[in-house]
Design a protein around this ligand. Sequence first.
Ligand SMILES: O=C(O)c1cccc(C(=O)CC[C@H]2O[C@@H](n3cnc4c(=O)[nH]cnc43)[C@H](O)[C@@H]2O)c1
Length: 240
Amino acid sequence: MTQHPILVVTAVPAEAEALRAVLAATPGHTVRGAESGATRADTDGAVKSGDAAEFGDIVVEAVGVGPAAAAAGTARLLAQRAYRAVLSVGIAGGFAGRADVGGTVLGTRTIAADLGAESPAGFLPIEDLGFGSSVLTVDPILLKALTDALPHAMTGDILTLSTVTGTAETTARLAARFPDAVAEAMEGYGVAIAAAGAGLPFAELRTISNPIGPRDRAAWRLADAFAALRAAAPALHILP
Ligand SMILES: O=C(O)c1cccc(C(=O)CC[C@H]2O[C@@H](n3cnc4c(=O)[nH]cnc43)[C@H](O)[C@@H]2O)c1
């Protein structure tokens, strides 16, 4: 029986292309345009930036930066065809002492860390406002398969924020509020909400490009994070 593919959602095309380059090179996996069904490797040997592309049973798509683009883009893709699972994959900031730059992290939960209200007594998550949950748990079967395939990866909570943390104060506040958080990114919760809406299992895989802290964009180690992303890509082929 043919099973539905896995949907891998990234924010930017560079992340999608890093995964596609490895997945396409895996022996036994075809390269084809997901929407046209045309075999692309036979014609030009490359997958164009921004295209949906299918590798074996994995579809990789870039949908934009931030939780809103992630949720809307994932929901659109899930409405177009059937999938068996959804992953949010890309680069992230790591909490110092919890996840190293160049390392790989697997989410146990995805948490919308800035979804709620400020108050003089501190941040109030949407749970406290009676509007649902800011915490979504990763599917245990997907997480087990990923940790088995990537034994060097750190596991822990991954925060989703609309604003990249850029001060020592915010970093300390988040680290204290979320003692089990290893990383922050901008899409996981949005992808997870769309997956939950479709009744599909969800997981999040990130590689660390920068320490979370005072903004120093020039110090981001994108090459290391992208190398780790490419190294982790084959694990996607073994997912149930
Ligand atoms: O400048 C480039 O060449 C470049 C290439 C690929 C990706 C980028 C991005 O800026 C991607 C933004 C993406 O990264 C995640 N991210 C990375 N570090 C953090 C962080 O410290 N806090 C929050 N998010 C982070 C995030 O998910 C964005 O989607 C640039």
